[in-house]
Design a binder for this molecule. Structure first.
Ligand code: NAD
Ligand code: ZN
Length: 368
């Protein structure tokens, strides 16, 4: 079982990853749960259908009798309707400021549950039990949010969990696109932190079909990158921005293609290719490396079709709306070299040039 500690100025919590992490309910976390007058699980519908008995059984062994609130699967749960429904549920079930929530699902359910925990009676404790690969990213760091029709993650807060118990046996049921989604965030963590690790992932034959043991070790490395950055800059004033590598263009792709077409990480993979092109101009990333990444991504089932199917203007509209945009120029995370990120402003004209360059490279990737 892997373990690391997230150390923040006002909080500290452990992240555990592996096959047997739920055994910790009966040991390390017995005290935490005993101190709660009520325990509620907010569970993603799909994760619950597939795996809830595993969580319930482990809790039962620890003499914890939780209530369970099932919420719609994936992004559908991050609405204000579901958010208030959860609050009403907790009030009707007599949850108090001393109660504790468990988030059981992917990043969406974790974001919702975290925001419910952050706001219920001005804040109660919660534990993250992530069930997707991507959630190695989202379950750590304390960002919580729901969506509005006007935009994603528009209402939220920072609220750190009391613990993260990441049971890797649950990941075996993930569909390929969700594996690709999480693995894109994993390689992002490598790109922004470590050249050798990045290169070894690019050579990994089982990248899109990972074994559980290998994955647990790799995800722990990814979580360490996130934990270190969050420890340094909890509220995203500086280095936490590096975690947005690939996300400025990636979010635009997500918005243009309508949420639901490609998964979040698949869009981020396109965004990373775009950022590598910008990094050729502003850093020392070379053309051959960008092309290598594009080949790697295609080989692992990532699609670049949105870039060929939609005009640049469609993406620009969304990039200009990005939270990171300011005064007509867009902020991009780029790499000086692998492992060395920085943030730089880019004009719309340069963004357009990079877009057409990416289109060329996507075609070239097949030949070179
Ligand atoms: P998700 O939570 O939407 O889950 C993806 C799909 O997988 C859903 O259909 C879900 O029902 C299903 N699923 C969950 N566990 C499963 C399992 N074990 N087997 C089979 N299917 C399973 O997606 P995600 O990629 O985990 O998270 C994306 C969300 O995370 C977005 O809302 C994003 O905004 C958020 N996010 C938050 C942060 C943060 O720091 N808070 C960081 C990154 C992403
Ligand atoms: Zn992301």
């Amino acid at each position: 079982m892997g373990k690391l500690t997230v150390q923040l100025p006002d909080a500290q919590y452990d992240v555990h990853i592996g096959e047997y992490v739920y055994d910790l309910f009966s040991s390390d976390y017995k005290g935490l749960f005993q101190s709660a007058d009520r325990v509620g699980i907010i569970a993603d519908e799909n994760a619950a259908n597939l795996h809830l008995p595993i969580l319930l059984e482990a809790l039962q062994k620890a003499d914890i009798a939780p209530l369970v609130k099932i919420v719609p699967p994936g992004e559908e749960c991050k609405t204000k309707e579901v958010f208030f429904e959860c609050h009403s549920y907790l009030i009707n079930e007599n949850f108090t400021r001393n109660s504790l929530l468990i988030a059981f699902g992917g990043g969406a359910c974790g974001d919702l549950t975290g925001f419910v925990a952050a706001t219920y009676m001005r804040g109660i404790r919660f534990v993250q039990c992530p069930t997707t690969i991507l959630a190695h990213d989202s379950a750590v760091g304390g960002k919580t949010a729901i969506n509005l029709p006007e935009g994603k993650n528009m209402v939220g807060s920072f609220h750190q969990p009391s613990a993260v118990l990441f049971n890797t046996t649950l990941l075996t049921t993930l569909p390929p696109r969700e594996i690709r989604s999480g693995m894109a965030e994993l390689i992002k963590h490598a790109f922004i932190s470590d050249e050798n690790w990045s290169k070894s992932l690019l050579e990994e034959e089982t990248f899109s079909n990972p074994t559980e043991q290998w994955l647990a070790a790799e995800l722990l490395k990814g979580i360490q990158v996130k934990a270190d950055i969050v420890a340094e800059d909890e509220f995203e004033h500086s280095t936490r921005k590096f975690l947005n590598f690939g996300h400025t263009f990636g979010h635009a792709v997500e918005a243009v293609c309508g949420f639901g077409g490609l998964s979040h990480g698949e869009c981020v993979a396109i965004g990373m290719a775009y950022s590598f092109i910008l990094s050729e101009r502003h850093g020392t990333i070379d053309e051959a490396f960008t092309n290598r990444f594009i080949r790697f991504a295609k080989k692992n089932g990532y699609s670049f079709d949105p870039v060929l199917e939609h005009p640049f203007g469609s993406f620009l509209v969304f990039m200009e709306k990005d939270k990171k945009a300011a005064f007509g120029e867009m902020n991009f995370v780029m790499l000086e070299q692998l492992g060395s990120p920085f943030v730089k402003k880019v004009s719309a004209v340069e963004c357009e040039q990079a877009f057409f360059e990416l289109r060329n490279r996507i075609g070239m990737g097949e030949r070179s």
